[in-house]
Design a protein around this ligand. Structure first.
Ligand SMILES: [Zn+2]
Length: 242
């Protein structure tokens, strides 16, 4: 957390330094920032890596305006999937998107989404579609309840990949229904399992997320679906696939 904050401070400093002398640098700065206000949420985008290979590829093939539209669309899609009205949503009124010169793929901290510019540089294939899917996943982290910090990682990541899956943006490497060894395998494996659970009861994912507002317990699965997790998993593994 501290490291992140420190890095953000450095980024701010760098930007401030760029603003000062020339009109040219001001134009550059403007082209690396964008704002979009959807009905209830203010979205801001900043490419802090616009001088790097990945940052340049981002500007060329994806762009901040497009990305903020994706975050806006994803936000609406997530509210719908979670069946949330204005009253029971997480109280977030702004989301910041950053394209940064960082390792990994992407991460979300509070209401700030950070995407790796080197990942964009190295991605072979349809990078615009890939980043669109990643933004659906990360935007889910902004809006989902996390059981007041008690929800295990596999639930958090499973729900985020479930949203990505249902938006029709599954990654190329996405596992097929029925794959995996455990519901705790996380990400796409858990997402496929949640899709099965949602098939047993429409609105399951919405209900699970709703319960996670105040805490977390594996018992939630039995509360919603009438069967414990291990039973649901073995039913899922045994289910016929077309
Ligand atoms: Zn995630």
């Amino acid at each position: 957390m501290n490291e992140k904050q420190t890095r953000r401070e450095e980024v701010k400093k760098r930007k401030k330094m760029e603003i000062i002398p020339l009109l040219v640098s001001m134009l550059l700065l403007m082209s690396s920032e964008a704002i979009l206000t959807q009905a209830q949420v203010r979205l801001t985008g900043t490419n802090t890596a616009s001088a790097t290979q990945g940052g340049m590829r981002f500007d060329r093939e994806i762009g901040l305006q497009y990305s903020l539209k994706v975050v806006s669309d994803a936000t609406n899609f997530i509210w719908q999937t979670f069946r949330q009205g204005a009253a029971d949503r997480k109280p977030v009124n702004s989301v910041g998107l950053f394209i940064d010169d960082i390792g990994g793929v992407a991460y979300t901290s509070g209401n700030q989404i950070h995407v790796s510019a080197p990942y964009i540089a190295g991605y072979s294939g349809d990078v615009r579609r890939e980043i669109t899917g990643i933004l659906y996943h990360e935007t889910t982290h902004v809006w989902q309840w996390d059981g007041k910090g008690q929800a295990p990682g596999w639930v958090i990541e499973g729900v985020a990949d479930y949203i990505r899956l249902k938006a029709g943006l599954a990654p190329a490497h996405c596992r097929k229904p029925g794959e995996g060894n455990s519901w705790t395998d996380s990400y796409d494996i858990t997402a496929r399992f949640f899709d099965y659970c949602n098939g047993l009861k429409d609105g399951f994912v919405a209900e699970l997320n709703g319960k996670m507002k105040d805490g977390y317990n594996d018992q939630f699965f039995a509360d919603i679906l009438g069967k414990p997790l291990n039973q649901l998993w073995s039913d899922y593994k045994a289910a016929p696939r077309s």
